[in-house]
Design a protein around this ligand. Structure first.
Ligand code: ATP
Ligand code: MG
Length: 391
């Protein structure tokens, strides 16, 4: 039998996108191909599925690992592709035969030149398996294993049993660009992942207070961004030196308002960078009530420092445990738990205000001498790094 293993990719929600479907598909295909760079294979596009063919079977697990992270794909299956003939279908189905227990065969027949319909083909193939193994039985309603037989019009049939879930969501790049405020903590990487899953291309900004914070803290953020690239594709990371501004906040402002003011300046800088790089939104890892700076009141006062862009906070209603689960899944957890601290922990006040007042915050912020100039300098001296997709 001339047979080969191919990987069938199914796409999900973008199916619904009517007129835009072409654009979405184009981006999805680009992202799939990008995720497979460095691997030889053939990409085949049919009406509503894709096939990856002619790859080295030793790389099958690697291919699956990579494409399951591409947003916009729904599921995949490793399938046997055979030229359509009853004999070939019997042989291919037998390869998925369980050792014992119940099974069913589900046939879809697009090729109408065959003399049996799909029910008859299922019955024939089921009968064949039963004749080969007397420990099997057919159960149409609740089988231990379902074997799918997809008979296409192109003279080929595809036989498979398992479906592997992919990352779902929308292809990265179909929902514009977002500027993620990326710390070294657990939350912000997860926030970036969630927005990329809705199709945003992620840019990131990180604030450090070197030499009060160690260089390891910066490396930590670079490594976290590297992990995110498996899902988000390449990420442009902006590293902002926040030392002078933080020192000035410390020098001029009321201690209990220091964090509030720091946050306001962070989002102001982030918005400026976002606009320069054509990002349509800011993204943060805030989650309601997690810490003092994440009360409704604190968020209101921080938000006021953003002029035009929306601030997306995809974790706002998530529990810490849910966030941690996702961090584990996307493999940022073990980096985030490293102890190197980012700028937020420098000059930390003992009792940060829980319900800051906007007018007080503004007044305190105005006490900082030359703040506009310091913000300009920080933006001018920003360090830009492209974090390329790591395999
Ligand atoms: P995370 O786990 O993301 O650090 P957190 O629970 O520590 O979040 P905060 O320290 O209050 O919360 O920070 C809230 C959000 O502000 C973060 O999720 C992140 O988006 C942004 N942020 C905090 N520190 C930095 C930083 N040093 N650089 C860039 N963004 C930051
Ligand atoms: Mg943090």
């Amino acid at each position: 039998m001339e047979k080969k293993k191919v990987i069938l990719l199914r796409y999900g929600e973008i199916f619904l996108k009517g007129k835009n479907r072409n654009l979405f598909e184009k981006r999805l295909i680009e992202n799939i191909k990008k995720s497979l760079s460095g691997i030889d294979y053939k990409f085949i596009r049919t009406l509503n599925r894709y096939y990856i063919e002619d790859f080295d079977e030793n790389l099958q697990a690697e291919i699956i690992d990579r494409v399951t992270k591409v947003f916009g794909l729904h599921s995949l299956s490793v399938v046997l592709k055979v030229p359509t003939s009853y004999q070939n279908l019997m042989d291919a189905t037998a390869e998925y035969m369980p050792v014992s227990g119940s099974f069913r065969i589900s046939t879809k027949r697009a090729d109408k030149s065959l003399d049996k319909n799909s029910m008859q083909i299922s019955a024939m193939l089921g009968g064949y398996l039963l004749s080969k193994n007397d420990r099997l039985r057919v159960d149409l309603y609740n089988p231990n294993r379902e074997i799918f037989v997809d008979i296409r019009e192109n003279g080929y049939s595809y036989v498979f049993s398992d479906k592997i879930e992919c990352a779902q969501g929308m292809p990265v790049g179909t929902a514009g660009r977002g500027m993620l405020l990326l710390s070294g903590g657990f939350d912000s990487p997860v926030a970036g992942y969630r927005m990329a899953r809705r199709g945003m291309q992620i840019f990131a900004v990180h604030y450090h207070s070197y030499p009060h914070t160690s260089e390891l803290a910066q490396q930590k953020v670079i490594d976290i961004a590297g992990k995110l690239t498996a899902y988000c594709g390449d990420i442009k990371l902006f590293i902002v030196k926040f030392t002078d501004i933080q020192q000035a906040i410390h020098e001029f402002c009321r201690e209990d308002y220091m964090i509030t003011i720091m946050r306001r300046i962070m989002v102001e800088i982030a918005e400026k960078l976002a606009k320069t790089h054509k990002c349509g939104a800011l993204i943060t890892g805030e989650s309601l009530a997690q810490v003092a700076s994440q009360t409704t009141k604190s968020i209101t006062v921080t938000n006021e420092a953003v002029k035009d862009l929306p601030v997306f906070r995809p974790l706002i209603g998530m529990d810490k445990y849910e966030i941690m689960d996702t961090a584990e899944k996307i493999d940022t957890y073990r980096i985030s738990e490293l102890p190197y601290e980012d700028c937020c922990t420098v000059f930390l006040p003992k009792n940060p205000v829980i319900k800051p007042d906007l007018e007080i915050a503004k007044k305190e912020q105005q006490k900082i001498k030359n703040l506009e100039k310091m913000i300009e300098d920080a933006i001018e001296s920003v360090e830009e790094k492209v974090i390329e997709t790591a395999f």
